[in-house]
Design a protein around this ligand. Sequence first.
Ligand code: SF4
Ligand code: SF4
Length: 347
Amino acid sequence: MKIKEQKAIGFKLLKKDRAPIERRVVQILFVLMILYIGIQFMGFVNSYADPNATVMVPRPSGVEAFLPISALVALKSWLVTGIFDTVHPAGLVILLLAMALSLVFKRSFCSWICPIGTLSEGLAVVGRKLFGKNFVVPRWLDYPLRSIKYILLSFFIVFILIFMDGASAYGFLQTPYNMIADVKMLDFFKNLTGVGITVIAVLALLSLLFQNFWCRYLCPYGALMSLLSILSPWKIRRNADTCISCQKCTAVCPNQLKVAEAKSVWSPECSGCLNCVKSCPVKGTLEFSSPASRGRGLILDSKGVAIAIVVIWFMVVALAKFTGHWETSIPPEMYKILIPQAGQFNH
Ligand code: SF4
Ligand code: SF4
């Protein structure tokens, strides 16, 4: 198909939401949950920072989703010592859960769950409305830029998973700095410096112009999910016999994958977003399946993936709570001491 025709298809698709409604519902569910956790966490910090507070707000463990470095150190410590982190156990559970989802359903954590991914997608939609399109980074620049997230990831892998020994990893988890890393993170966002505001503004602008800028080029968490997703048996598969080569799937792919030319999408960039499946006009031509599921006639549509992701997520969280791998072991009295002095702990 000629480039002009492909552009015309892309332009027509601009006006529609490219995502399946079920994915939007799941994304909104997780964003609302994160907002609730954020508000509760602020209440927790305020109540523990105030020596005259009479009502103490409980700490939401889900906030540990924002401590990926601590979770990686906890993973190293667990692998070497066999001791599951008790300081930020929810952080480690969430990291393992995101990794497991990537091993099964491609990088679905990024496109279905991660609130930063959702925000990034939202900015791209606004960008399309403002500028009439999202710009595409030329291929010669796209490849080196994409490597940035892998370089950042390798930095963490080398220093935490390879060089750090088990005792140091365990020791780091017990430091006051790590214990209140979440409080320090909140302080950072509450007291943003000029540099912080500039960096966020530049990233927001780039996300308006280029789809998924942060996820595609910079996020080391996403890079880890990308690498694991290569092993995922579930992939987008195209039936060349029924495909009419309309190019709609390629036009809506947020990761600029040439779906219309692939038999199966192997790329680590595929986030399992199912935009392509939603846009395909010939029923059954594009499917999300694994060789084993195909044999059993199990092909997941967006509703099936939504249910699977939500059920897996909340079942694992419930199991972690039930088995005592969710709530921190830090007693409230310790938070009473640590939170008012949070600024003093720098490493
Ligand atoms: S190939 Fe399909 S599922 Fe994968 S990122 Fe592109 S649109 Fe999403
Ligand atoms: S897979 Fe579907 S959307 Fe993609 S080119 Fe073929 S018919 Fe069109």
